[in-house]
Ligand binder design. Structure first.
Ligand code: HEC
Ligand code: HEC
Ligand code: HEC
Ligand code: HEC
Ligand code: HEC
Ligand code: HEC
Length: 263
């Protein structure tokens, strides 16, 4: 008992010390969270590995528009796009031979590469914003953070049924265990990791063995600072899935009274 009190006290003093050092008691400032993009741009990326070098404007890509119709698996497993902007060797010739964007932008599933240059090569981070306005009018489950859409609810309520494959079916076995990840500091409410909400979008090999080893309990390595550098949960929860500002969604014991208007 004296030991327990001691360790809780040490943690409390530690947290207090960090908060004072950071000069604030707000979690957001404390962790130096990246300023989130406005909802109509959250999840948008501009691809420019080879575009300007070859005299065309960079390519805009909206995750929101695409994930309404396809799971992450389709692009990030089946079509072999990496989850890191400008790291995949996309080119006009690869797309025109049916790979990458060309697996769908072929004139059958969606507009083709010939003659639609500006729809992709516009260098515009805000591209797709007009469609966002249409979306906002729909009775879509909302959140206060990220792109403002609660994608878990959107799937559960059947508002969207994103395709899980184009040609190659997933061979993943179902697994729906929810894990409780205890933070090292006893005063921090634990984190939940639900498998079901993830495997709706991502196959097992999207996370195992990299970045999460299922055999070894590696939880002590996934601190908030590592996550904010883009590791572990931060691979997706900084720019596409709901962002780190939404503390309560991962730490259900934390307080949060922010709600979307109308909820
Ligand atoms: C229609 C295809 C498509 C779908 C669906 C898709 N992505 Fe992506 N994603 C891309 C492309 C293309 C890139 C950029 C790749 C490159 O430039 O090398 C990307 C990049 C990313 C990045 C890196 C972002 C950054 O800022 O560097 C993350 C993270 C990501 N995707 C996560 C996801 C998640 C999570 C899902 C599912 C909810 C998803 N993606 C669904 C095509 C897709
Ligand atoms: C898995 C299929 C698929 C892949 C892969 C894909 N797209 Fe799309 N994309 C679509 C579909 C379908 C639409 C139409 C969505 C709509 O009309 O609501 C679309 C819409 C778009 C739009 C919106 C254009 C507009 O109407 O304003 C852009 C831009 C775009 N895609 C760019 C890309 C780029 C760039 C890539 C590759 C990095 C890519 N897409 C890969 C299926 C795909
Ligand atoms: C569906 C989206 C899309 C459309 C439509 C599209 N492109 Fe691209 N294009 C890309 C992507 C993605 C890349 C890779 C961008 C990068 O990494 O910088 C690319 C790369 C390029 C490059 C770089 C050099 C090379 O050989 O790959 C050129 C030049 C180019 N496109 C020209 C065009 C022209 C001209 C058109 C219209 C006739 C066009 N593109 C239509 C998505 C598109
Ligand atoms: C979005 C990422 C993600 C996906 C996708 C995912 N997992 Fe996990 N998985 C995790 C994390 C995080 C842990 C906890 C790791 C730790 O504690 O070190 C975990 C742990 C596990 C464990 C250990 C459970 C325990 O009780 O300790 C098993 C078994 C497992 N996953 C199986 C699967 C299977 C099977 C699939 C596909 C159906 C899958 N996972 C998909 C992230 C993922
Ligand atoms: C490979 C991408 C990826 C990784 C890595 C990942 N997630 Fe997720 N996570 C998602 C996506 C996609 C969703 C669906 C919701 C969304 O897109 O906003 C999701 C949903 C969740 C939900 C469900 C929220 C709800 O409303 O039910 C929780 C909780 C969560 N993630 C926590 C975590 C934690 C904790 C980690 C790290 C241990 C993690 N995630 C790692 C992509 C990822
Ligand atoms: C995407 C999920 C996710 C979100 C969102 C999230 N956290 Fe965490 N947090 C984690 C994980 C995972 C750990 C490590 C837990 C463990 O040690 O098992 C963690 C650990 C912590 C710790 C313990 C110290 C450390 O660095 O490990 C603190 C404090 C913390 N989070 C505060 C916050 C605050 C404040 C917010 C909101 C601004 C937040 N978290 C949002 C997943 C998340």
């Amino acid at each position: 008992m004296p030991y327990q009190t001691g360790s809780a006290l040490t943690s409390a003093i530690l947290l207090l010390a960090v908060l004072i050092l950071a000069g604030t008691a707000g979690g957001t400032d404390f962790f130096n969270l990246p300023a989130p993009l406005p909802p109509d741009q959250y999840g948008n990326i501009v691809i420019n590995r080879i575009s300007t070098k070859n005299g065309v404007k960079p390519v805009s890509f909206s995750h929101r528009i695409h994930r309404m119709r396809y799971t992450c698996r389709v692009c990030h497993a089946e079509l072999e796009f990496n989850m890191k902007t400008n790291s995949t060797e996309i080119s006009e010739s690869s797309s025109r031979s049916g790979r990458f964007c060309g697996a769908c932008h072929n004139g059958k599933i969606s507009f083709k590469h010939n003659g639609n240059c500006d729809r992709c090569h516009n260098g515009d981070m805000e591209a797709g914003g007009d469609k966002f306005a249409e979306l906002e009018k729909l009775p879509f489950p909302r959140t206060f953070y990220g792109d403002g859409i609660n994608w878990v609810e959107a799937v559960t309520q059947g508002k969207i049924t994103p395709l899980n494959h184009l040609k190659v079916k997933s061979t993943s076995i179902p697994f729906d265990k929810t894990l409780l990840l205890e933070a090292e500091w006893s005063i921090i409410p634990p984190v939940i990791f639900p498998h079901k909400e993830h495997t709706a979008w991502i196959d097992c090999d999207g996370c195992h063995p990299d970045p999460f080893n299922i055999k070894r309990k590696t939880t002590q390595h996934f601190s908030m600072s590592a996550i904010l550098r883009g590791e572990f949960c931060g691979e997706c929860h900084l720019n596409v899935a709901f962002p780190m500002n939404d503390c309560k969604r991962c730490h259900p014991g934390m307080k949060d009274d922010k709600k979307m208007p109308g909820l």
